[in-house]
Design a protein around this ligand. Structure first.
Ligand SMILES: [Zn+2]
Length: 362
């Protein structure tokens, strides 16, 4: 029942004829390329739908200077996923000008944003990088938007104490949560923190959409987005992002066999379980139950963080793709999966059940 008919390729590593052979009977329809003008022109000339992918917020010099970096609750600076704080005016100006340049290239159909978010659990080796940003610009912006920074700081600090094992009281409470709402009852500042992140990301996307559409109404704003189980934590809420984004490519990397894997489902979920079970009052089984309650992912059959890091199942990919489709209500969804996943047909089968006909390969 494999109805996948079209393949998109993110930065193809082989000549196209190899992909044609590999996916015989399917159409290689589109490529998503970096900002390499020769490759872009060649793809357009070959008649492929051509998109340009941008690293939304890059900490390349001079944006790796201290003044641009995210701050944790203690004021220490962090680079996460090669990014500085997205709320710095010069960082946002660069974001807009990069989008403008890419969208104005003749023949380019649209721009894919990567990393248009805040830090996730796996965006840095250090968990503290996830629990950001408390720089002066973010603090001011959150107050301006009506968020209560004192409560946010208090509860993000509680979360930090929880995962570093210095707080036993919160560990006892957190064991009994059965949903994300339960977590917000215990730590209401976390909801404010996530709402602030979401408001910022929606603002970035609004700017990005305006920029793309200024080049041409036909050009599209597209996005590499987080899997829904934890996308709210990085500031990405599909039901809100759908207002700005034409094409979503949710990153559904269920099995990434490398030491570090930001945005990969197995790595991110495994890291959450590991952080929680690092608290002496929380067992690995309890940690899995908590993560299951917060994320809505079904994790039966997994015993600990290491287990999860061996890879999730294609049924998890199905569940997450379904959540995206339900939440974006009519916007185009082209999930992206790892090109070297050992079970590509299994993914195609799961996506077919959802009525999808196109898959993007990383
Ligand atoms: Zn900041």
């Amino acid at each position: 029942m494999d109805e996948i008919r079209k393949i998109w390729l993110h930065n193809p590593k082989m000549p196209l004829e190899n992909y044609n052979k590999l996916f015989e009977g399917k159409q290689i329809e589109a490529v998503i390329l970096g900002n390499d003008i020769n490759k872009i022109h060649r793809a357009v000339d070959e008649g492929l739908r051509t998109f340009v992918c941008l690293h939304s917020f890059s900490a390349k010099p001079h944006f790796d200077n201290e003044e641009y970096l995210c701050r944790d609750i203690e004021g220490n600076s962090h680079i996460w996923f090669g990014s500085p704080c997205p709320n710095k005016a010069p960082v946002l100006e660069r974001f807009i000008s990069n989008i403008e340049k890419a969208a104005s290239i003749d023949g380019v159909e649209g721009v894919f944003l990567d990393g248009c978010r805040f830090a996730s659990p796996c965006s840095s080796e250090k968990a503290e990088a996830f629990l950001t940003c408390f720089c002066s610009d973010c603090c001011k912006k959150s107050e301006d938007l009506g968020f209560d920074m004192d409560i946010i700081k208090r509860d993000v600090k509680e979360l930090y104490n929880l995962i570093t094992g210095t707080d036993s009281n919160i560990a006892v409470e957190i064991k009994y949560i059965r949903s994300r709402e339960d977590l917000y009852c215990v730590l209401p500042g976390l909801k404010e923190w996530i709402d602030f992140r979401t408001a910022c990301v929606n603002g970035f996307l609004e700017l990005a959409r305006d920029t793309v559409k200024r080049c041409s109404e036909d050009k599209k704003l597209c996005m590499y987005s987080f899997f829904p189980a934890i996308s709210p934590a990085v500031g990405q809420r599909y039901a809100e992002m759908r207002e700005y984004v034409d094409i979503f490519s949710p990153m559904l990397y269920r099995r990434y066999d490398r030491p570090s894997g930001p945005a990969c489902m197995d790595h991110e979920i495994s890291r959450l379980v590991k952080l929680l079970s690092g608290n002496p009052y929380i067992s690995p089984t309890e940690a899995i139950q908590i993560v299951q309650a917060i994320t809505g992912l079904s994790l039966e059959g997994f015993n600990n963080a290491e287990d999860i890091k061996q890879g999730l199942k294609t049924v998890h990919v199905y569940e997450e793709a379904k959540r995206v489709i339900d939440e974006v209500d009519g916007r185009k969804v082209v999930p992206i999966i790892m090109a070297d996943d050992p079970d590509i047909p299994g993914h195609f089968y799961q996506f077919s059940k959802l009525g999808l006909d196109t898959v993007n390969l990383f």
